[in-house]
Write a protein that binds this ligand. Structure first.
Ligand code: CO
Length: 318
């Protein structure tokens, strides 16, 4: 958020009290709060249907990161008048598929003429204010679970550079298209301490947000990080998106001994993700229950680290 802008004060604006909240949360009554988020971006794959699916799954993700259930969505579209209208239809069909799968409805939208396609959604959902999950609440002793592999920034950079084809990065495309719905349901059924989704600020940035908001140290086990096929190979070839360098510059000062970290670890940890997984902090005694629930629902989960007390607000890689 831009610091120059005034902040709103309203006792029902629950997200105002949450540092780095994934979505805006507004209480309607004691049992219900609206949870709202918006995101849109330019194409990251060539297949218009896949682009539409990814943009929708990505926009829905912040609702799931807070333990919410999406209800309605509005389409946001920028599209060049010179491009074939059939492409736009394909993109929107991809988005529709994912909104349906989420159990939500598209209630409208708005299209503007633009030099480059841009699509996304503004999503509204519901969350129980007493059960809402956020970046606040991770506790020393908790274990960290990540529900999707990393590497989408590196791989889509390689795709743009025509080093890899869409077939080469099929796993990553499928991963980006996958809703965080099942991961969200699993965490809500088990009960977890904190959660955020991994998007543009990379694992590094989002894990540090969680560390800051929960006032804990986040420890990441670099060897346990899951990555999509070809990610390490492409990173070694220098196919690093510009956003990764921004993330690195911005977040590295908060990493314990960050300057000593090898590039191959930093490249993965600072890679901006599109439609990334949930990073969940769960009490150690509920870890097996969470991993079991994730599997039962067809979602994935990797144990990637743990939470310690100090130095609070920082991240350590082991
Ligand atoms: Co988010």
């Amino acid at each position: 958020m831009l610091r120059q802008l005034p902040t709103f004060e309203d006792e029902n604006l629950l997200s105002a009290a949450i540092p780095f909240a994934d979505a805006g949360v507004y209480r309607i009554d004691d049992e219900r709060a609206l949870v709202q988020s918006v995101d849109f971006f330019t194409p990251i794959v060539d297949d218009p249907r896949a682009y539409g699916r990814i943009a929708a799954a990505n926009a829905l993700s912040d609702i799931y990161a807070m333990g919410g259930r999406p209800l309605t969505a509005l389409s946001l579209v920028g599209f060049p008048a010179c491009l074939d209208h059939a492409i736009l239809v394909e993109i929107l069909l991809g988005g529709t598929e994912k909104v349906k799968e989420a159990g939500a409805v598209i209630v409208g939208g708005h299209t503007v003429d633009d030099d480059e396609p841009k699509v996304g959604l503004a999503v509204t959902g519901l969350v129980d204010p007493h059960r809402m999950v956020s970046t606040v609440g991770a506790f020393p002793g908790d274990v960290l679970v990540l529900t999707k592999p990393l590497g989408t920034g590196i791989l889509t950079t390689a795709l743009k550079g025509e080093i890899l084809t869409e077939d080469d990065i099929r796993d990553a495309i499928t991963g980006m298209e996958t809703l965080n719905r099942m991961a969200c349901e699993a965490m809500m059924e088990v009960g977890v301490s904190a959660c955020t989704d991994i998007t543009g600020f990379s694992l590094l940035g989002h894990a540090l947000e969680l560390a800051g908001a929960s006032d804990v140290l986040v420890e990441i086990d670099a060897g346990a990080l899951p990555v999509y096929p070809h990610t390490r190979e492409m990173a070694a070839m220098g196919l690093i998106p510009g956003g990764a360098y921004k993330n690195r510059d911005h977040y590295l000062p908060n990493v314990v001994d960050g300057e000593k970290l090898p590039n191959e670890i930093l490249d993965i940890m600072s890679d901006p993700q599109t439609s990334g997984g949930l990073l969940i902090a769960v009490a150690a005694e509920r870890l097996d229950a969470l991993l079991g629930k994730l599997e039962e629902k067809g979602a994935k989960g990797w144990t990637v680290g743990r939470v310690h007390e100090k130095p609070a607000g920082r991240l350590r890689v082991v």
